[in-house]
Design a protein. Structure first.
Length: 310
Protein backbone atom coordinates (compact mmCIF):
# COMPACT_ATOMS: atom_id res chain seq x y z
CA UNK A 1 0.00 0.00 0.00
CA UNK A 2 1.24 3.52 -0.68
CA UNK A 3 1.25 6.62 1.45
CA UNK A 4 -1.79 8.90 1.39
CA UNK A 5 -0.48 12.43 0.85
CA UNK A 6 -2.03 15.80 0.28
CA UNK A 7 -2.30 16.52 -3.43
CA UNK A 8 0.63 18.42 -4.98
CA UNK A 9 3.09 17.81 -2.14
CA UNK A 10 6.52 18.10 -3.86
CA UNK A 11 7.66 14.76 -2.42
CA UNK A 12 5.10 12.95 -4.59
CA UNK A 13 6.73 13.88 -7.90
CA UNK A 14 10.25 13.53 -6.51
CA UNK A 15 9.59 9.97 -5.34
CA UNK A 16 7.74 8.93 -8.47
CA UNK A 17 11.04 9.51 -10.27
CA UNK A 18 12.53 6.88 -7.93
CA UNK A 19 9.63 4.53 -8.83
CA UNK A 20 8.29 4.73 -5.27
CA UNK A 21 4.51 4.36 -5.15
CA UNK A 22 2.61 7.16 -3.42
CA UNK A 23 -0.97 8.27 -3.89
CA UNK A 24 -2.76 11.56 -3.33
CA UNK A 25 -5.81 12.00 -1.11
CA UNK A 26 -8.36 11.60 -3.96
CA UNK A 27 -7.25 8.08 -4.92
CA UNK A 28 -6.81 7.02 -1.30
CA UNK A 29 -10.39 7.97 -0.47
CA UNK A 30 -11.60 5.21 -2.81
CA UNK A 31 -10.01 2.48 -0.65
CA UNK A 32 -12.30 1.00 2.01
CA UNK A 33 -9.76 0.88 4.87
CA UNK A 34 -8.92 3.02 7.87
CA UNK A 35 -5.46 4.42 7.20
CA UNK A 36 -2.97 4.94 9.98
CA UNK A 37 -2.76 8.61 10.90
CA UNK A 38 0.82 9.83 11.32
CA UNK A 39 1.91 13.40 12.01
CA UNK A 40 5.42 14.78 11.50
CA UNK A 41 6.69 17.76 13.48
CA UNK A 42 9.35 18.90 11.02
CA UNK A 43 11.97 21.05 12.76
CA UNK A 44 14.66 20.64 10.10
CA UNK A 45 15.63 23.75 8.09
CA UNK A 46 15.21 22.10 4.67
CA UNK A 47 11.56 21.11 5.04
CA UNK A 48 10.97 19.62 1.59
CA UNK A 49 14.14 17.52 1.76
CA UNK A 50 13.11 16.08 5.14
CA UNK A 51 9.55 15.48 3.94
CA UNK A 52 10.87 13.50 0.98
CA UNK A 53 13.26 11.46 3.15
CA UNK A 54 10.48 10.43 5.54
CA UNK A 55 7.88 9.79 2.84
CA UNK A 56 10.36 7.52 1.06
CA UNK A 57 10.60 5.31 4.15
CA UNK A 58 6.98 5.42 5.30
CA UNK A 59 5.77 4.40 1.85
CA UNK A 60 7.71 1.12 2.00
CA UNK A 61 4.94 -0.69 3.89
CA UNK A 62 1.76 -2.67 3.11
CA UNK A 63 -0.12 -0.25 5.40
CA UNK A 64 -1.93 2.82 4.16
CA UNK A 65 -0.69 5.90 6.02
CA UNK A 66 -2.31 9.32 6.09
CA UNK A 67 0.41 11.87 6.73
CA UNK A 68 0.10 15.35 8.25
CA UNK A 69 2.85 17.90 8.83
CA UNK A 70 3.04 20.16 11.87
CA UNK A 71 5.02 23.36 12.38
CA UNK A 72 5.95 25.52 15.35
CA UNK A 73 3.62 28.47 15.77
CA UNK A 74 4.98 31.79 14.51
CA UNK A 75 8.26 30.27 13.26
CA UNK A 76 8.97 30.93 9.60
CA UNK A 77 11.80 28.79 8.15
CA UNK A 78 14.34 30.59 5.99
CA UNK A 79 14.82 27.79 3.46
CA UNK A 80 11.22 26.83 2.62
CA UNK A 81 8.71 28.98 0.69
CA UNK A 82 5.93 30.53 2.78
CA UNK A 83 3.33 29.23 0.33
CA UNK A 84 4.54 25.67 0.93
CA UNK A 85 4.28 26.03 4.71
CA UNK A 86 0.80 27.51 4.50
CA UNK A 87 -0.44 24.81 2.14
CA UNK A 88 0.97 21.68 3.75
CA UNK A 89 1.62 22.47 7.43
CA UNK A 90 -0.66 22.92 10.43
CA UNK A 91 0.05 24.52 13.78
CA UNK A 92 -0.32 22.62 17.02
CA UNK A 93 -3.39 24.63 18.04
CA UNK A 94 -5.31 23.14 15.11
CA UNK A 95 -4.15 19.58 15.82
CA UNK A 96 -4.16 19.30 19.62
CA UNK A 97 -7.73 17.98 19.73
CA UNK A 98 -6.90 15.13 17.32
CA UNK A 99 -5.45 11.68 17.91
CA UNK A 100 -2.75 10.02 15.81
CA UNK A 101 -1.54 6.47 15.49
CA UNK A 102 2.06 7.58 15.13
CA UNK A 103 4.22 10.69 15.31
CA UNK A 104 7.73 11.60 14.16
CA UNK A 105 9.60 14.58 15.62
CA UNK A 106 12.72 15.52 13.66
CA UNK A 107 16.02 17.01 14.66
CA UNK A 108 16.66 20.76 14.66
CA UNK A 109 19.74 23.00 14.16
CA UNK A 110 19.74 24.15 17.80
CA UNK A 111 21.62 21.36 19.52
CA UNK A 112 24.44 23.54 20.89
CA UNK A 113 21.95 25.71 22.76
CA UNK A 114 20.57 24.91 26.19
CA UNK A 115 17.09 23.47 25.80
CA UNK A 116 15.52 26.31 27.78
CA UNK A 117 17.13 28.88 25.45
CA UNK A 118 15.41 27.51 22.34
CA UNK A 119 12.70 30.04 21.44
CA UNK A 120 10.00 27.40 20.96
CA UNK A 121 10.93 25.21 23.96
CA UNK A 122 7.69 25.90 25.86
CA UNK A 123 5.54 24.96 22.87
CA UNK A 124 7.66 21.89 22.23
CA UNK A 125 7.16 20.69 25.81
CA UNK A 126 3.40 21.00 25.31
CA UNK A 127 3.65 18.92 22.13
CA UNK A 128 5.78 16.30 23.90
CA UNK A 129 3.19 15.99 26.68
CA UNK A 130 0.36 15.82 24.14
CA UNK A 131 2.09 12.87 22.41
CA UNK A 132 1.72 10.81 25.57
CA UNK A 133 -2.07 11.04 25.56
CA UNK A 134 -2.95 11.47 21.87
CA UNK A 135 -0.40 9.30 19.99
CA UNK A 136 0.14 5.54 20.10
CA UNK A 137 3.90 5.63 19.38
CA UNK A 138 6.34 8.48 18.77
CA UNK A 139 9.78 8.52 17.11
CA UNK A 140 12.09 11.26 18.41
CA UNK A 141 15.02 11.83 16.01
CA UNK A 142 18.47 13.35 16.73
CA UNK A 143 18.01 16.65 18.65
CA UNK A 144 14.37 15.78 19.33
CA UNK A 145 15.59 12.53 20.94
CA UNK A 146 17.90 14.51 23.21
CA UNK A 147 15.12 16.99 23.99
CA UNK A 148 12.58 14.27 24.76
CA UNK A 149 14.96 12.34 27.00
CA UNK A 150 15.77 15.56 28.86
CA UNK A 151 12.14 16.67 29.22
CA UNK A 152 10.68 13.35 30.37
CA UNK A 153 13.60 11.68 32.13
CA UNK A 154 16.12 14.40 32.99
CA UNK A 155 18.83 12.86 30.78
CA UNK A 156 21.42 15.56 29.92
CA UNK A 157 23.14 16.11 26.59
CA UNK A 158 26.91 16.63 26.46
CA UNK A 159 29.03 18.63 24.03
CA UNK A 160 31.45 16.71 21.81
CA UNK A 161 35.02 17.86 21.16
CA UNK A 162 34.35 17.53 17.41
CA UNK A 163 31.22 16.97 15.36
CA UNK A 164 30.15 13.33 15.11
CA UNK A 165 29.88 13.21 11.34
CA UNK A 166 29.73 10.19 9.09
CA UNK A 167 28.29 6.68 8.80
CA UNK A 168 28.97 4.37 11.75
CA UNK A 169 28.62 0.68 12.55
CA UNK A 170 26.01 -0.23 15.20
CA UNK A 171 24.95 -3.35 17.06
CA UNK A 172 21.75 -4.52 18.71
CA UNK A 173 21.53 -5.10 22.47
CA UNK A 174 18.20 -6.95 22.39
CA UNK A 175 17.74 -8.78 19.05
CA UNK A 176 14.30 -10.08 20.08
CA UNK A 177 12.70 -6.65 20.12
CA UNK A 178 10.24 -6.47 17.18
CA UNK A 179 11.77 -3.20 16.01
CA UNK A 180 14.85 -5.23 14.99
CA UNK A 181 13.06 -7.89 12.93
CA UNK A 182 15.17 -8.63 9.87
CA UNK A 183 18.20 -6.63 11.08
CA UNK A 184 21.70 -7.93 10.54
CA UNK A 185 24.02 -8.33 13.54
CA UNK A 186 25.75 -5.11 12.47
CA UNK A 187 24.17 -2.20 10.62
CA UNK A 188 25.13 1.34 9.63
CA UNK A 189 23.57 4.70 10.46
CA UNK A 190 24.50 8.28 9.45
CA UNK A 191 25.16 10.74 12.28
CA UNK A 192 25.55 14.51 12.15
CA UNK A 193 25.65 16.16 15.57
CA UNK A 194 27.74 18.21 17.99
CA UNK A 195 26.32 16.67 21.19
CA UNK A 196 25.68 13.23 22.63
CA UNK A 197 23.63 11.23 25.09
CA UNK A 198 25.80 9.07 27.34
CA UNK A 199 25.31 5.39 28.02
CA UNK A 200 25.66 5.70 31.80
CA UNK A 201 22.84 8.25 31.97
CA UNK A 202 20.50 5.88 30.15
CA UNK A 203 21.43 2.84 32.23
CA UNK A 204 20.76 4.59 35.55
CA UNK A 205 17.25 5.57 34.44
CA UNK A 206 15.03 2.51 35.03
CA UNK A 207 12.23 3.70 32.72
CA UNK A 208 14.59 3.59 29.73
CA UNK A 209 15.90 0.62 27.74
CA UNK A 210 19.08 0.97 25.68
CA UNK A 211 18.33 -1.01 22.52
CA UNK A 212 21.24 -0.19 20.23
CA UNK A 213 24.60 1.58 20.30
CA UNK A 214 27.87 2.02 18.47
CA UNK A 215 31.49 1.81 19.59
CA UNK A 216 32.19 4.94 17.54
CA UNK A 217 28.94 6.90 17.76
CA UNK A 218 27.67 5.87 21.21
CA UNK A 219 23.99 5.61 22.10
CA UNK A 220 21.74 5.09 19.08
CA UNK A 221 18.29 3.85 20.10
CA UNK A 222 16.48 4.09 23.43
CA UNK A 223 12.95 2.80 24.11
CA UNK A 224 10.50 3.84 26.80
CA UNK A 225 6.96 2.95 27.83
CA UNK A 226 7.05 -0.40 26.05
CA UNK A 227 7.53 1.13 22.62
CA UNK A 228 5.28 4.17 22.90
CA UNK A 229 8.48 6.24 22.75
CA UNK A 230 11.63 5.68 20.70
CA UNK A 231 14.60 8.04 20.94
CA UNK A 232 16.99 7.73 17.97
CA UNK A 233 20.21 9.77 17.87
CA UNK A 234 21.16 9.16 14.23
CA UNK A 235 19.65 9.98 10.86
CA UNK A 236 18.58 6.68 9.32
CA UNK A 237 16.24 8.65 7.06
CA UNK A 238 19.05 10.53 5.28
CA UNK A 239 19.20 10.31 1.50
CA UNK A 240 22.53 9.24 -0.07
CA UNK A 241 23.71 12.79 -0.72
CA UNK A 242 22.66 14.52 2.51
CA UNK A 243 25.97 14.19 4.36
CA UNK A 244 27.75 15.43 1.23
CA UNK A 245 25.52 18.49 1.08
CA UNK A 246 26.13 19.22 4.77
CA UNK A 247 29.88 18.80 4.31
CA UNK A 248 30.01 21.21 1.35
CA UNK A 249 27.78 23.69 3.19
CA UNK A 250 30.07 23.75 6.22
CA UNK A 251 33.19 24.06 4.05
CA UNK A 252 31.69 27.05 2.24
CA UNK A 253 30.86 28.68 5.57
CA UNK A 254 34.42 28.14 6.80
CA UNK A 255 33.26 26.00 9.72
CA UNK A 256 35.55 23.39 11.28
CA UNK A 257 34.45 20.18 9.61
CA UNK A 258 36.19 16.93 8.69
CA UNK A 259 35.36 14.59 5.83
CA UNK A 260 32.37 12.46 6.91
CA UNK A 261 33.73 9.16 8.19
CA UNK A 262 33.05 5.88 6.36
CA UNK A 263 31.11 7.74 3.66
CA UNK A 264 33.18 8.44 0.55
CA UNK A 265 35.22 5.56 -0.90
CA UNK A 266 38.80 6.29 0.10
CA UNK A 267 37.57 9.42 1.94
CA UNK A 268 37.56 11.12 -1.45
CA UNK A 269 34.73 13.72 -1.70
CA UNK A 270 34.95 13.64 -5.49
CA UNK A 271 33.62 10.06 -5.49
CA UNK A 272 29.93 9.15 -4.95
CA UNK A 273 29.20 8.04 -1.36
CA UNK A 274 28.82 4.38 -0.51
CA UNK A 275 25.26 3.86 0.80
CA UNK A 276 25.25 1.22 3.56
CA UNK A 277 22.23 2.26 5.64
CA UNK A 278 19.27 2.07 3.22
CA UNK A 279 18.17 -1.48 4.12
CA UNK A 280 18.32 -0.79 7.86
CA UNK A 281 16.38 2.45 7.46
CA UNK A 282 13.56 0.76 5.58
CA UNK A 283 13.32 -2.04 8.15
CA UNK A 284 13.34 0.43 11.03
CA UNK A 285 10.36 2.42 9.78
CA UNK A 286 8.44 -0.61 8.52
CA UNK A 287 8.89 -2.44 11.84
CA UNK A 288 7.88 0.65 13.82
CA UNK A 289 4.72 1.12 11.76
CA UNK A 290 3.81 -2.56 11.95
CA UNK A 291 4.66 -3.66 15.48
CA UNK A 292 4.34 -0.45 17.52
CA UNK A 293 1.70 1.50 15.61
CA UNK A 294 -0.58 -0.76 13.52
CA UNK A 295 -0.66 -3.71 15.92
CA UNK A 296 -1.13 -1.56 19.03
CA UNK A 297 -3.38 1.30 17.98
CA UNK A 298 -7.15 0.94 18.53
CA UNK A 299 -9.52 0.81 15.57
CA UNK A 300 -11.44 3.80 16.95
CA UNK A 301 -8.66 6.33 17.00
CA UNK A 302 -10.11 8.36 19.87
CA UNK A 303 -9.51 5.36 22.14
CA UNK A 304 -5.77 6.14 22.00
CA UNK A 305 -6.39 8.39 24.99
CA UNK A 306 -7.26 5.29 27.03
CA UNK A 307 -4.14 3.28 26.16
CA UNK A 308 -1.72 2.35 28.87
CA UNK A 309 1.93 1.62 28.17
CA UNK A 310 2.48 -1.32 25.83
Amino acid sequence: MPLNLQKNLPAIELLKKEHIFVMDSLRASEQDIRPLRVVVLNLMPLKITTETDLVRLLSNSPLQVELDFMKIKGHQPKNTPIVHMRKFYREFDSICGDCYDGMIITGAPVEQMDFEDVTYWDELKCIFNWCRTNVTSTLYICWAAQAGLYHFYGVPKHNLDAKKFGVFKHFVNDPYQPVFRGFDDEFYVPHSRHTEIRREDILKTPQLKLLSESEEAGVYMVMARGGREFFITGHSEYAPGTLHDEYMRDLQKGLPIHVPENYYPGDDPSRPPLVRWRGHANLLYTNWLNYYVYQETPYHIEDIRNLGDL
